[in-house]
Design a protein around this ligand. Sequence first.
Ligand SMILES: [Zn+2]
Length: 171
Amino acid sequence: MTSTPATDDPTAVTAHDLEVLAEQLGREPRGVVGIAARCVCGRPLVVRTAPRLPDGTPFPTTYYLTHPGAVAAASRLEADGVMKEMSDRLTQDEELAAAYGRAHEHYLARRAELGSVEEIEGISAGGMPTRVKCLHVLMGHALAAGPGVNPLGDEALERVRDQWRPDRCSC
Ligand SMILES: [Zn+2]
């Protein structure tokens, strides 16, 4: 029995990933524990971040969208007022609200794998479970988790498809 080399694990963080992340973010990435989603070219799209940063700051946004094209697309969608529209729908559509609640639970469960941080106990990100406050968070979650986990993240990805999509490299 041999163990799988770290390089075979697509979520493993390489030195090259850290360089790309610094370039994407315009600063040194902090608390990165994995690459949660990659572009078809291999560059990071979403990083998985520790729930407590090295300086001790609690960090609820476990899945952080880093790809500049995706970040810009999310920002444009936010500017179009989509967050208010989605938040309104959550108050009217029980099925959607239930699925969004499950997305919140999924987010917390995956974060708990990285350790528990008292200050952010029960708090996920992006406005979940009842509101939509950040489409970058929802898109990052949808890209990390795959389709069918975060309905509003999936929808946001669908709505920006003409500008940015994960299956086509625009790096
Ligand atoms: Zn790419």
